[in-house]
Every structure is written in C-alpha cells, then in structure tokens.
Design a protein around this ligand. Structure first.
Ligand SMILES: [Zn+2]
Ligand SMILES: [Zn+2]
Ligand SMILES: [Zn+2]
Ligand SMILES: [Zn+2]
Ligand SMILES: [Zn+2]
Length: 550
C-alpha cells in the first residue's frame, strides 16, 4: 500500500503548474509523484497477515518469520504470501481480517498455544475450500460466508485504522467493516479532478514566472532587486515590466476567482474551446482551430474544433472505499479519505499532452427536444434509479439531466468510431462533457503522459468531411446492437440500473474513457424505440433511419 503524502519525498517532486485547479482543490501547488529512488514514494506492508504456502501457517509477518522486515517462513524458508482477505469500512478504514476471532469465536478454548494454519482442501478455489485450524484444539472452521454483508456483525465495530497515515492514525468509527478480497476494485476508488489548461496569456512568460514562483509568490518579498535579477536570468527574453504585469495578472485572478467549482472550471474550458486559439509557438499548451460543421449535422452541431494540442492536469484529491467511485457529477457530496494526516499545501498530479475533437451543440434545439413526452418518460426511469441509489448510499438525490445523457451516449459513439477510424484503442480516448442549462459540448481527446503526446490521428478526424462521414457511420452502426431488441427495450441496465438501452455489445466504453463510470447511457434517446411507435422521437431520427433489425 502506498504511504500517505507526508512520507513522500516532496522535495524531489516536480511542480506541475495549473494554478486554477490547485486553488479549486484548496492547495497552493500540484506536484508530480517523485520518481528517482525507491524511497521517494514509500510503500508500507499491508496486510500483515501472511500465509506460508508450504507449512500453511497463518499469522502476522512477525509470527511466521520472526522478523517484521522479512517475508520468509522461519521454518521452511518459503516466501510468505499475504492473506487474501482484508476488511474495510465505508469511512475508508482498512484492517486485517480477524482470522483468530473467526475461528475461535463461540468455541471453548482449552489449550494456551495457538499455532494456526490455513489449509486448502484442494477441491475448488472458493473460500469454503479454505479451512482455519488451531493447535489449541478448537474445531476447524472454513472461510465460507466470510465475504458478504453482515459477515462480521458479531465481531464488533471497525477499529478505525488508517495504516497509510501511520500506525497510530486511528479514528472512532461506528461502522461494521466488510470483508473484501485484497485486490478487489472496491478497496480503492481514486477521486481525480482534472482540468484542461487554457492559458489566457503568454505561455512562455507564464512558464518563466512559474520557474521563479518560489521567490515571487509572496508580494511582500518582491522588490526591484529581485525583479531585476529574475529578469536578468531570462537572458533578455523578458523585461522587469513584463514580469511585473504577469504578477499583477495572477494576483487579480486570485482575488476575483472565488468561484472555482468544478462547474465553473468546466465552463471556462468550454468558452476557451469555442473561442479557439491559433498556434503560438512550439511550446503552446493549447491550440484549437475552427472547422466547418458538416452540413448534415448543422441542425444540431453549432461549432466544430480541431484541437491539435491540449494539456490536461489530473490531480488526486483523495479516495473512497466500498461505496463506488466518487460521483463525478457531485464531487463534494462524498467524504473522501485523506491522503495525509494533516492537510498539506500540495496534492499529487500528473500532466498529459494530447489532441482532440470538440463540438458544441444547439442548446435550444436540445431543450426543445428534451421536453417531448418520450424523452421525459426516459428521464423519469433514470431519475427513479438515481434516487434509489442515492437513498441506498444515504445521499441527497440529484436531478438527472436527460440532455447530458443524450450527449453522453453520443460521446461513446464518437469514441467507438474514432477508435476504428483513427487507429487508437478506445481505452486511449477520453471524453469530457460540457453540459449544463446554458451550454452543451463534447470533447473527445487522447492524452498520454509522454511528452510527445499523440500523433495527430484524432485531431485530423476533425476535418469537416471526414468527421461528417465518421459520425454518420458511427450513428448508423450503433443505432443497432447485436443484443437488440433486448438492449433497446431495456428499462434499466448496468450498475444500479443507471443505464437504459446500453450494453457491452453497443455503447459501453472502456472504464478509462468514460467520466461517468459507464452510467447514464441510453441509445433510445438518439434513435427512438420500436415500442409504442417512438421510432421518430430519437435525437438523430430526422437525419437517420435505423437499419432494420433482423
Ligand atoms: Zn512455512
Ligand atoms: Zn487456538
Ligand atoms: Zn471504520
Ligand atoms: Zn446494446
Ligand atoms: Zn462515458
């Protein structure tokens, strides 16, 4: 398990400049995880419970190896392996599986010595096949039923341990912990916030000031001598006046940017994408060129952009366990687990460079369409599922934006088609949705952490004619699903029934591509349904007729 940020070698971590994102996360800096020596990002051993594959003894590392730092059995010198069960609770605590109690609870304990073993019956690989035994003479007990809600309800409350923050980092907790497989995906859900860099200023100057930010950040400390020295170090590229202007710009931005919510950051990105930006130089972070909207989509798409270069910064804000990935639409609703015992002035982040296609939609046309009875009925189905989930996790209900569901479904179609046409695996493409009451936009982009970025294949698809035919083909192809009519007639599918007509045979995308956990998808919104004569109610039905189903 990776240790808390307080243990990281932060001095060796390079700063990643994205001031707006940092401020919106309440920190002064973002830093790349240090990578150099093994100690830069330390790890801790978890769980301590180990099993010897040879003599089958189970115990703590110390019990089995006689040394906390060595993972070899002291009897047969075999490498120990970590026990496959752990426990965790909804408050993010994590702990050892109580194997001693699991075996001894409710049994008369005669002997004093407890040499425990975990025997495998060798019939199946299920938990029922694993049996705990003890030299004290209690009856054997298998791990059957260890995983499942309430399996630990007789074993007391969660101990509130947070081993990544240190052995003493305990909290009071009222939860009954749940047993999980060590590597299961619900053990750790990262909460990532990201932003696309939109430099509203000269990028070269800004980068230069970033480099000297340590000395320039404090307005009290800035004086003429310092400014002259800093300017001199640019070797004539920047003057004192230019640097002063950049500092003033930053300070005023800090003051009037009190709304740094996710929604506000997104809206600023949307505006920048609409505005576009010519290439400024080789080190531009954002190049976004206007392209004509293909005629056949002009009734719906208002702007097309070819984004030949973009920079995205993704910061890790915290994480959660058990409850499912933090809802990206309601980022503040969930209490996240801390990455450090006390709030640090920085968070870990990575920077990726990429390219993409952006399109904006006629928001009024979408609003008119979404008022229709067919669309509203679909909205109610999703709203009911969403409310059910909110109640289950004890969260306030949030309204389902059906226009966003439609654009989201379209986004997955674009991703699927681009992966065919531009030769990128779908998992390398990402979506970014810009949908609220005022605007509707979609950015599909590829971003990789190596500085070369990508090869231009995605952006080149933004050329009007190519894009028109690609989109038409994607829509044509995915108006039909090999699981139809079951898929198109679905009244709730996917995790928590948060999808309607969407399945693995059609619009579900790789996990890494989707910013909504593959939920809130419905092909019927785009193509209508056969049931009850709603073929023409889909968003794209005026321009596309669905290919016949069987
Ligand atoms: Zn052994
Ligand atoms: Zn015993
Ligand atoms: Zn707990
Ligand atoms: Zn399907
Ligand atoms: Zn998605």
């Amino acid at each position: 398990m990776i240790a808390g940020l307080h243990e990281w070698n932060a001095d060796r971590a390079d700063p990643i400049s994205e001031p707006r994102l940092a401020r919106s996360l309440g920190v002064s800096e973002l830093k790349a995880p240090p990578a150099g020596t093994r100690r830069d990002v330390p790890v801790i051993r978890f769980p301590y419970t180990q099993v010897c594959p040879d003599c089958r003894r189970i115990g703590t590392l110390k019990d089995l190896s006689k040394d906390w730092n060595i993972a070899k059995c002291s009897i047969d010198k075999t490498d120990l392996s970590p026990f496959r069960l752990i426990v965790a609770c909804r408050n993010g605590h994590i702990d050892e599986f109580p194997y001693y109690q699991w075996l001894h609870k409710g049994q008369e304990v005669a002997g004093k010595e407890h040499q425990m073993k975990l025997k495998a019956l060798g019939r199946t690989s299920s938990l029922g096949d694993l049996v705990l035994t003890c030299s004290c003479g209690v009856d054997d007990r298998s791990l059957e039923g260890a995983i499942g809600a309430g399996s630990l309800s007789d074993f007391g409350l969660c101990r509130g341990l947070r081993p990544w923050l240190g052995i003493d980092a305990k909290e009071a907790c009222d939860q009954i912990p749940r047993v999980l497989q060590r590597g299961a995906s619900n053990v750790w859900y990262p909460a990532v916030r990201s932003s696309i860099s939109i430099p509203p200023y000269s990028e070269a100057l800004s980068k230069f000031v970033d480099k000297h930010w340590v000395s320039l950040a404090d307005p009290q400390a800035v004086n003429d001598v310092l400014l002259r020295n800093v300017a001199a170090s640019s070797k004539g590229k920047f003057t004192v006046e230019q640097i002063e202007a950049e500092l003033a710009r930053r300070r005023s931005e800090e003051q009037d940017d009190d709304d740094l919510s996710e929604a506000r950051l997104r809206l600023d990105e949307y505006k920048a994408l609409i505005e576009g930006r010519e290439e400024e130089g080789l080190d531009s972070d954002f190049v976004c060129l206007p392209r004509e909207v293909p005629d056949e989509f002009a009734h719906l798409i208002t702007h097309m952009r070819k984004v030949t270069r973009l920079r995205e910064v993704r910061a890790l804000q915290g994480f959660s366990r058990l409850d499912g990935a933090p809802d990206p639409n309601v980022p503040t609703q969930q209490k996240l687990c801390d990455l450090a015992p006390t709030r640090l002035p920085w968070l870990p982040a990575i920077e990726v460079i990429g390219e993409g296609i952006f399109m904006a939609f006629d928001r009024q046309a979408l609003a008119d369409w979404s008022d229709g009875e067919f669309v509203q009925r679909r909205r109610k189905l999703l709203q009911r599922a969403s409310d059910r989930k909110a109640a289950e996790y004890d969260r306030p209900s949030t309204p389902v934006d059906i226009v966003k569901v439609a654009i989201h479904t379209l986004s997955h179609i674009v991703i699927d088609q681009l992966s065919l046409d531009a030769g990128y695996p779908a998992a390398a493409l990402r979506e970014r949705l810009f949908v609220d009451d005022e605007v509707a936009g979609l950015l599909v982009y590829t971003a990789s952490s190596d500085s070369a970025g990508s090869l231009g294949g995605v952006a080149s698809m933004a050329e009007t004619e190519r894009f028109g035919s690609a989109l038409a083909e994607g829509l044509q192809r995915l108006s039909w699903c090999s699981s139809d009519p079951v898929c198109i007639e679905s009244r709730g599918s996917g995790t928590d029934a948060l999808n309607l007509a969407a399945c693995h045979a059609c619009v579900l995308a790789p996990e890494t591509s989707c910013e909504m956990n593959n939920s809130f998808l419905d092909r019927a919104l785009l193509f209508g349904t056969f049931e009850g004569d709603h073929e023409s109610d889909g968003l794209f039905n005026s321009s596309f007729t669905r290919s016949s189903i069987g």
